[in-house]
Design a protein around this ligand. Sequence first.
Ligand code: 9MR
Length: 388
Amino acid sequence: MAAILPAGCHKHAVGTALRGGAPTLVEMTGPRSLRAHAAAHHLLVGCAVAPEHLDGEPQYAKTVADQASIVVPENSMKWAALRPTPDRFDFRGADDVVVFALTHDQKIRGHNLCWHEALPAWFEAAVNRDNASRVLTEHIRIVAGRYAGKIHSWDVVNEAVDPKSGRPDGLRQSPWLELIGPEYIELAFRAAREADPAALLTYNDYAIELDTPEQIEKRGQVMMLVRRLRARGVPINAVGVQSHLSAGETPGAGLQHFVRELRAIGLQVFITEMDVNDRSVTGDVADRDAAVAHIYRDYLTMMLAEPNVTAALTWGITDRYTWLNLPKYARADGKPQRPLPFDADYNPTPAFFAERDAIDSRRVATSAVPSDSYAPFRPGAGPRIEEE
Ligand code: 9MR
């Protein structure tokens, strides 16, 4: 089939994609990018990024710049990345992401200030019951303070709920819980608000999307946690639903109800880490891509219909760099996974088109969408980079 370039379409802005089996030349940048479609629907769209690829791989940087109106560092704002020693901070990777985003008119999510994983090697020996509260609040003061005014939303506390802990409050047995007690969550949110008055403060978690007994229970515990925080006047603005899904799963009405309950108490919802694991799908690439795209379409169409869902991010932009290719998530046939909107060669996958269609399906009244979620940054706010 002869391909016809749309008017004004540059060669570099054109990719070839397989859609319905037939090769079609498509434009996917500029007005046809995810970010342009999202902007037309009062939505932020984007992905997790790694500074080493932004700096080292032009096609990666271009794809992120073209498609994302919001980015989040996949790893470079975690404790393990920022804290090489107890008293030294290394902001190089985090600063690179912030500078890239501001240069490309993108918002930035901060991920994360308090988590039981990605703690530095020195943590265990150096942090104890006597100093843990101070160590946590100082970290938040320094990190959230450094980027204050430039962050759309912070994942203040990440993955604090785990029904398997067996605790009535549902809280995970984490170092922070053991060292500080359940009030560590409140402490973290209050410290974040003090350090950055403008960021939307977020509680972020996974395995709360489906209507399986385990996920229904966990979702309920997350809701209880959010309600407890609200009742105590803790500053929290949003819940992040990570959305690590698998092909074949069907998220149901329980999540929609959860999102609406959060709206009723004034909270936004962000899809923070979406990807679709295709480990259980046999067949060729087209079969696998179709199964993945099916989830993107159904899930995002359902979620983006809700006015308080104001941002949707995938956990990476290209299959070339997905955490799902770690050996422990490998497919039985040894082939790399295809969970993201662009494949390993930066061709858009069917998931890209499914995501874009789902964005276009969003029909929400402007007045129903919280305005602080997509308003542009105040001009002149350049990053403040300090010497170490
Ligand atoms: O994708 C991230 C991977 O590269 C890291 O090794 C890992 C540990 O820091 O974290 C992964 O990202 C996780 C995110 O921070 C929180 N939700 C689950 C994500 C996937 O494990």
